[in-house]
Ligand binder design. Structure first.
Ligand code: JHZ
Ligand code: ZN
Length: 406
């Protein structure tokens, strides 16, 4: 159990307890339900550096392994986003002679495949061997390891310094972030950049996206906490851009201190977070009370629908669905199944709540009266492909930022 900040050693004050929870990507087969692992999902904020983080953590070997379920290429919008990222890096940071890029947690190669196709030197560092193999099949070079100071030193010894170190939805997963940051310091070229895009505390707190909180997300970054972390390791936050991924993230760019002129957006976002009192205890506690209200309203609604003899099916089985179903205790009595397009999730049960996951075809067979949108960050893509549901009189239920039926 942590009460000390993983970055600065300051005191972490707990503000939200989402109860005992399984690992959010721990999909199970029916015969495995008796061996399920759980831990206490609670979050707190560091009084010194403002970093919001889990109180207890799940070991990385339990989270990332040969059966990791999340495939980053699973949605069209993600594929486009990461291909765009790769093209931009190729045109900017990777334009010099024989550049080298390292990606921390390259998953199925959704970003690096474009870099590999351009013939640029690269290395993905990915501990989950199943997704690493998919990346390799796309021509991506992958080291199946966890990224830390030791791995970084070995990479530097073999390949030389890195012009870009990149991570997307992975840096916030790494509990040994202190070792990761030392590794970045070892590996980064003197004029290199460490770029990472992660769920944003501002979106989670103000957008009420409490389902972003789960075992894999050890940290909930803000511009304030990332700027402080950079400084501790001789780096500087030189850019912070808001992007729409996963409902609202920030892409942070770190360079060696003094190496680049910070973009004006950094100071603006820092001032904004101060003005909004984003990491203040009363702001975070108010968020916690809102989450309890959402839980009560959602459960009341689902019970009413069942009492009226109507059907609800869950749409999407993202990691987020584990948090909300387990926190609200939504079982198959309220939501008989969830449909998801990821083949490796189908035929399995959602962790903790044990809702069965079925292929998307089950959704229309026949359409339910209501669909509970777990993959709300993909609403546009999903609504576009499921127009028939609305036409058949179906209604969508959302719970972020509020419980809403439309
Ligand atoms: P999606 C991921 O979280 C995983 P998750 C990870 N833990 C992380 O850190 C965060 O991102 C930031 C399905 N789907 O992208 C596919 C459909 O069924 O919100 C996925 O299972 N039909 C690394 O798991 C899920 O929804 C569709 O049409 O919360 C979406 O998962 C579409 C578009 C998606 O990530
Ligand atoms: Zn701290």
């Amino acid at each position: 159990m942590y009460t000390r900040c993983r970055v600065c050693g300051g005191k972490v004050g707990e503000f939200l307890d989402l109860g005992r929870q399984p690992t959010a990507n721990g999909f199970l087969l029916p015969h495995e339900v008796n061996q399920e692992f759980t831990f206490r999902l609670a979050v707190g904020a560091c009084a010194d550096c403002a970093l919001v983080q889990l109180i207890d953590e799940v070991s990385q070997e339990v989270r990332y392994h040969a059966g990791y379920r999340y495939h980053a290429s699973g949605s069209a919008s993600h594929r486009q986003h990461f291909e765009g990222n790769a093209r931009r890096l190729l045109a900017t940071e990777l334009g010099g002679s024989d550049p080298f890029i390292v990606e921390i947690g390259c998953n199925d190669g959704v970003m690096l495949a474009t870099v590999a196709a351009a013939g640029v030197r690269h290395l993905g560092v990915e501990p989950s061997t199943n997704v690493a193999d998919v990346a390799r099949s796309r021509g991506v070079r992958v080291l199946t390891e966890y990224f830390d100071a030791g791995t970084a030193a070995a990479i530097r010894a073999e390949h030389g310094p890195s012009n870009v170190i990149f991570g997307a939805n992975t840096i916030c997963h790494i509990a040994h972030i202190e070792s990761l940051m030392r590794g970045v310091d070892v590996l980064l070229a003197s004029d290199g950049v460490f770029i990472f895009e992660e769920p944003y505390l501002g979106t989670i707190v103000e957008g009420r996206a409490f389902d972003q909180i789960y075992d894999e997300h050890v940290f909930y970054f803000s511009v304030t906490s990332v700027a402080a972390m950079a400084e501790r390791f001789g780096l500087e936050l030189v850019d912070a851009e808001q992007i729409s991924m996963h409902g609202g993230e920030i892409r942070y760019t770190l360079a060696r201190a003094g190496a680049r002129v910070p973009a004006p957006g950094v100071a603006a976002l820092l001032a904004d977070e101060q003005a909004r009192r984003l990491s203040a205890p009363d702001t975070l506690e108010e968020f916690g009370r809102h989450v309890e209200r959402v839980r009560d309203e959602l459960v009341t609604l689902l019970r009413q629908i069942r009492a009226d003899g109507l059907r609800v099916v869950g749409y999407g089985a993202p990691g987020k669905a584990s948090t909300v179903t387990n926190y609200c205790r939504i079982g198959s009595d309220l939501v008989p199944f969830v449909c998801d397009s990821t083949p490796s999730k189908q035929g399995h049960l959602l962790p903790g709540s044990h809702l069965p996951v079925r292929a998307p075809e089950a959704f229309a067979d026949p359409y339910p009266d209501y669909a509970l949108l777990f993959a709300w960050n993909h609403a546009e893509e999903i609504m576009a492909k499921e127009q028939g549901f609305r036409e058949a009189g179906g209604r969508w239920i959302r719970f972020v930022p509020e419980v809403r039926v439309d």
